[in-house]
Design a protein around this ligand. Sequence first.
Ligand code: SDX
Length: 423
Amino acid sequence: MASAKIVIDGKTYEVPIIEGTEGERAIDISKLRAESKVITYDNGFGNTGSCQSAVTFLNGEKGILHYRGYPIEQLAEKSTFVECSYLLNYGELPKKSELRKFDKAIRSSGKIPKGIKDIIDSFPKKAHPMAVCSSSMVALSGFYPELNDVLELDDKKKMSIITQLMGQILTMSTRFYRNSQGKAPRNPKEDLDYCSNFLYMMGMKPDPELAKALDTLLILHADHEQNCSASTARVIGSAHANVFASISGGIDALWGPLHGGANQAVLEMLEQIQKDGGDSKKALQRAKNKEDSFRLMGFGHRVYKNFDPRAKIIKKACDTVLSKLGVKDPLLDIARALEEEALKDPYFVERKLYPNVDFYSGIIYRALGIPTNMFTVMFAIGRLPGWLSQWKEMLEFKGTKIVRPRQIYVGENHRDYLDIKKR
Ligand code: SDX
């Protein structure tokens, strides 16, 4: 086993180097603190592996993304979201009979308890759909107590949780959307495929071509290794909290505009540029100004320092979907101009800032008639099988421990309590 030597205060500590199947290497410091009393420090964990995982591989420098070894480009072209969800959770592409059983289980799992309907209906119409998505997800734990003890979940129960939540998230999110439009909710139809059912329950025509475009988007969003929301789901799950709490936590993390909330923020940014007369230069200036908190939303990434492969596929899909719909969206032209400007601008080039998955996805959602504040819910629907696969892997991994990072304390040293009369 390869190793590294770390010298601290003149003393040498030998630590093992572990290597992954794609050649990635890590210094395993699990024993370093016990031997040296020294911890490592990595703000935001951008250089720290939190786990070993076989679900998704990405190479940020080369812009590579694989689900269980299969390139995202091939899956986006040849697979379906339900098939990818099976692949992520079970590690292999399903046989016909396995896929049929998995798909059927999802289609028959769309019903939600009356109590959940009441919770969703109790939200004000103006509530953000992500608040409803997260609340209704964790509320499910109250209606399925038999699924709360993670140590009691056998493979059959885990499979049923995956198909149940994939079915129910559609019904819960579309129910709130219909409420917010003052329209009656629509119950799921078992004769419709996953995305056609979503479109139907949103009150749209379940056009097969639109459903296919949506299916591709969901494939692209399905997993992304240890991103903020997947890590959150793992952290909550590591405490043996129930799966509903883990997924609800993932939804909450995804909501952030620096993460999945960026797809909504991109549209709002493009609309602002349009209001400002379509001049993208002003947005670029603001994004480069350190005094300004404005960021070029949909650009940059913690890991990709090259084109996000998903952004490339979505950008291409924009043309096909918009022309199929006969939609001419000026925001697409603004997005393209912004990308062109940024990719020529030294600020972005030097920092290796490229369009990420969120830059173009909103253009397609908008063309499909999905409202901006539902964009991040679309991301959550896509990411659900990924969160579940990461949660399941964490639970089944023999070495999993409760997540509890250390810190470097920079506060006051010891001092005695001062009576209020003396302060
Ligand atoms: C997702 O992690 C995942 O895998 C996430 C995701 C997934 O599938 O789960 O891919 C989904 O969340 C995609 C990212 C969506 N977020 C956005 O589009 C928001 C805009 N992007 C930025 O906020 C930013 O790029 C982050 C949050 C994504 C990454 O932030 P980092 O890690 O701080 O970026 P960095 O270290 O690479 O920044 C390097 C420099 C810094 O400037 P300097 O201090 O070197 O001068 O680039 C600057 C940053 O300030 N920078 C930007 C910028 N992104 C980084 N400047 C302007 N606009 C931006 N978008």
